[in-house]
Design a protein around this ligand. Sequence first.
Ligand SMILES: Nc1ncnc2c1ncn2[C@@H]1O[C@H](COP(=O)(O)OP(=O)(O)O)[C@@H](O)[C@H]1O
Ligand SMILES: [Mg+2]
Length: 537
Amino acid sequence: MSNQSPAIKGVDVQDQDGGLLPSKRKTSLQTFLVIVVFLSIATPAVITGGLLIRENYQRTIAHESQAAAGSYADLLQAGMTMPLWNVAPSLGEPLLDTVKIDPSVLSVIVQGADGETFLLYEKENLEPREESIEMVRQISFEGEKLGSVALRYSLKSARQRAAADSQLLLTIIIFQLIFSLGVVSYFLRQRVIKPLVALERAAVGIAGGDLKTAIPQLQADEFGGLSRQLEIMRGSLEQSFTTLEDRVNERTAELVELNGELQGTLDKLQQAQGNLVQSEKLAALGALVAGVAHELNTPLGNGLTVASSLYDATRNFTREMQAGITRAALDQYIADMEEGTHLVVASLERASELVSGFKQVAVDRTSAQQREFNLAEMLNETRMTLSPMFKHTPYQVRIDVPERVVLNSFPGPLGQVVTNLLNNALIHGFDGRDHGEIWISAEQVNILAEPGVRIVISDDGNGIPPENLGRIFDPFFTTKLGEGGNGLGMHIVHNIVTGVLGGTIQVNSALGEGTEFLLTIPLLAPVSPIEEEGKGD
Ligand SMILES: Nc1ncnc2c1ncn2[C@@H]1O[C@H](COP(=O)(O)OP(=O)(O)O)[C@@H](O)[C@H]1O
Ligand SMILES: [Mg+2]
């Protein structure tokens, strides 16, 4: 038993670093085995020991005491013959004294043939009811009965001896028990518990994913066999894991390669998208140039007509002058001249005005420079440049913007936004309609305590179906694929509003009820405009 507690302690310590091994369960196996062994050894030992002790006890008391008392009685029977024959008690006293020496002799009574007491000994300080046996012998000589001797002999010392013997026997049994338990639990621990713990730790290791550590090889018994089988299992598991890992690595490499290819494709796509954005911007610039040409056409045409009719009038006048001219004809010529030159000057002034206005728009569009500008003026100029688009259509653009709204922002990109939205209203909103109106309105608002403006551009056209509403800002989303749409207009609008202008854009629309775009932008544009947006505009 004594070498059990360190064993249990050892198991507990292993548990603490092993973690997964529940200590209760293991100690209970050990305790269980120890109890089983203890019972199987102790029960027969206790039973046989008990029987042995009892038997020994009885024998000591019955046989030994009887023998001793018997031999004293025999001695007295022999030794008292002569004193009785001679009727001389003093002759018997030396023998009696000898017998008295034994403390177990409690009393001796020698009687004559007539029954009177011949010699008597009784031990002093007799314990009351002390257990004893009695021996009686008849004394006779040459056939004549002389008397008798009765001896009482105490069982006390015999009992004491028997008890001492039993104690010794008990000690031996207990010692034997302890010894066998020690031996059994030592070997139990060495041959069962330890290998079990080692195997369990190995199994826990494998369960935890450690396939590298070899299973400890145990003695050549059943546990040894189990450990060898486990080791074989671990080996094949490790091998299949390595194969698996290799496959995963292979696959990963393949995926990385594929990813690279995809990245390449994505780069190409992004490049293509950039190119398309660029061409969309160029297209807008083309529309601008067309607008410029168209607007200039009117004053220049007017000027040219007037100038050429003036030229004709002057040639007529010269011819008439040679034939002789009337006063009335002269007055008429001067009046025509005055009116005509006035018209030419007015036309040229209008043309010059237009050119300087367009110049500003063109500069804004191509350089994306930040400057202070009046919103209403900028919107009117933009509408003017787009007028050729609306000229021969039944559609109207109405601007209702307060005169005093002044921004310090990027008029070029903002113009591009308005152009794209008007263009979309025309192409998508009014598609298949015989009339339509676009309103551009604005009001000053505060955006997080900073001054800003909300511009609303709405049309009463076809509207956008709900399933498309969330996608119109996606690049390449178009409902006019193959009909001139590339799906970049709204994407560019979104980029410009949220990027260079630092604002937000919202759309509200319902099918058949028109579309409304809400642009909220700060009066002062954010400090660092995005270079990308600036390049092409
Ligand atoms: N005002 C509008 N009315 C109806 N649909 C519109 C309007 N503006 C945009 N859309 C829808 O949003 C889509 C995306 O517009 P956009 O990006 O400019 O591409 P695109 O004009 O090349 O088709 C259009 O195809 C159209 O379906
Ligand atoms: Mg468009």
